[in-house]
Design a protein around this ligand. Structure first.
Ligand code: HAM
Length: 445
């Protein structure tokens, strides 16, 4: 048997319906903030990620899927979305659009050669969004609030926003010097990767998983103590706007993010849910004002966020959140002889085109087994197509939960289904149906 690759998942059945529902909620929320979807290629020139994400990051040095294509080009499967979105922004000259800033979102698989474990995959899905062309702290606060609102709308409770600022270029340089001063006397105690990081990019020492528990790491200088006045004022504004929107956060100087492109605001969202496990950062993002210029575009400020879709689904599961997915069908058509089967073929096609979820038998089952199948599919109605009834231009339709049966003219069948399909009206009086997300916010109805 050929099995799937390590760190990959198959999503199907009820899980696929849950993914679809969650994707729809994400789309809807982002569209409210006027983001539009972007789809970029799965593979790009390796150089994009080396220059975009950073040569010294774990992602680029240890985790990318790199290969040469048949034309000898160096190709990388995208490990994240921001670099590809920025490449597209530059290549398509979106900076020239009259309407600014540019707001883009995505929901797509990424590839990282990591050691797989619960919540850590090699093919992972991220939803994310990028706001390109504004340096206003309002943009930072809004980007954070969108993530929180998506999680809230989905019903997640145990989430926490950890916020930090890396400051501008001057603040970062001062912080870099402080880190070198702090770590240099202890270089012999650090792992071989960190020894190299000290020279090339001391900030990356702070992401080290090997040295993480050492005292020297705990005592490392904090970015916020090295912010210059301008960066401090900016950070205060971000916090002020978050408070105005009622978004709770905690300033956490440990958040430095594992990618090189950030400055000013950085943040991570953590799921504090029992049984969630070690991979509890369900999303992260920040401002990257230099990346667009570094990749050959005009100097343009930007900020964004990306979240692990797989981790979000685990969080929803661990919090026992029942997503309003529809796992019933509307109608099962049963038949015995070939004429009735032909009518089933016609009627199933007709009713599906009119919007109903209709199933019939494909396995030449007897009537009893067809009823069992209708049961398994949780069909709301069944019709046993019977040649005598059909000659009278009518069918007997049975409601599987009330067990009531009605005789309905074929001409009135669609009207009957429309009227009787959804019995439980929401208390708010909205015309919502099971599986829909009622405007009143009651997901039960
Ligand atoms: P990141 O922190 O590398 O940021 O990834 C964002 C989220 O993707 C993580 O917080 C985590 O939930 C999820 N994730 C990462 N790796 C894995 C994995 N191996 N398995 C499962 N989930 C994973 C970025 O990717 C940036 N592009 C975010 C960003 C957008 N910054 C600005 N704009």
């Amino acid at each position: 048997m050929i099995t799937k690759q390590k760190g990959c998942v198959d999503i199907y059945g009820k899980d696929a319906k849950k993914w679809k529902y969650v994707s729809r909620v994400i789309d809807e929320v982002l569209e409210k903030y006027n983001y539009s979807e972007i789809r970029v290629p799965v593979f790009e020139a390796s150089e994009l990620f080396h220059r975009g994400v950073g040569e010294t990051t774990d992602i680029v040095t240890k985790e990318t899927y790199d290969f040469q294509d048949r034309g000898g080009r160096n190709i990388t499967l995208r490990p994240e979305g921001t670099a590809g979105v920025v490449r597209s922004y530059i290549e398509n000259k979106m900076y020239g659009d009259a309407s600014q800033p540019i707001k883009l979102y995505y929901n797509m698989p990424m590839y990282r050669y990591e050691r797989p474990q619960a919540g850590r995959l090699r093919e992972l899905t991220q939803f994310g969004y990028e706001l390109i062309g504004s340096d206003d702290p309002l943009a930072d606060a809004e980007v954070i609030s969108i993530a929180v609102n998506i999680y809230k709308i989905l019903g997640l409770k145990g989430i926490k926003v950890n916020l930090n600022s890396l400051g501008d270029k001057e603040s970062r340089e001062q912080y870099r010097d402080a880190l070198i001063k702090h770590f240099k006397p202890h270089i012999k105690d650090l792992c071989s990767d960190c020894k190299e990081r000290l020279e090339k990019n001391p900030l990356r020492i702070l992401d080290c998983k090997v040295d993480a528990d050492k005292d020297i790491m705990k005592k490392a200088p904090k970015t916020i103590d090295y912010l210059n006045e301008e960066s401090q004022i900016r950070f205060t504004k971000v916090k002020e706007y978050l408070e105005l929107m009622g978004i709770e956060y905690e300033v956490d100087p440990k958040v430095v993010r594992g990618l090189d492109y950030y400055n000013h605001t950085v943040f991570e969202i953590e799921a504090n849910i029992e049984g969630f496990g070690a991979q509890n950062v369900i999303g992260g993002g920040g401002r990257y004002n230099n990346m667009i210029e570094n990749l050959g575009g005009p100097s343009t400020p930007a900020i964004g966020f990306a979240a692990g879709f797989d981790r979000l689904m685990i969080a929803l599961d661990k919090e026992n959140i029942k997503l309003p997915i529809n796992d019933n069908i509307d109608l099962f058509l049963l038949y015995v002889n070939d004429d009735e089967k032909k009518y089933a073929v016609y009627l199933a096609n007709d009713l599906r085109m009119k919007g109903f979820i209709v199933e019939t038998d494909y396995l030449s089952r007897g009537l009893k087994a067809q009823f069992k199948q209708a049961d398994r599919l949780k069909s709301k109605f069944t019709i046993v197509l019977n040649s005598d009834d059909l000659k009278q231009n009518e069918v007997k339709i049975k409601n599987t939960s009330t067990k009531e049966e009605d005789v309905v003219s074929l001409d009135a069948l669609v009207y009957y289904l429309d009227e009787n399909m959804y019995e439980d009206e929401c208390e708010c009086g909205e015309d919502c149906h099971c599986g829909d997300n009622c405007k009143c916010g009651d997901k039960k109805c």
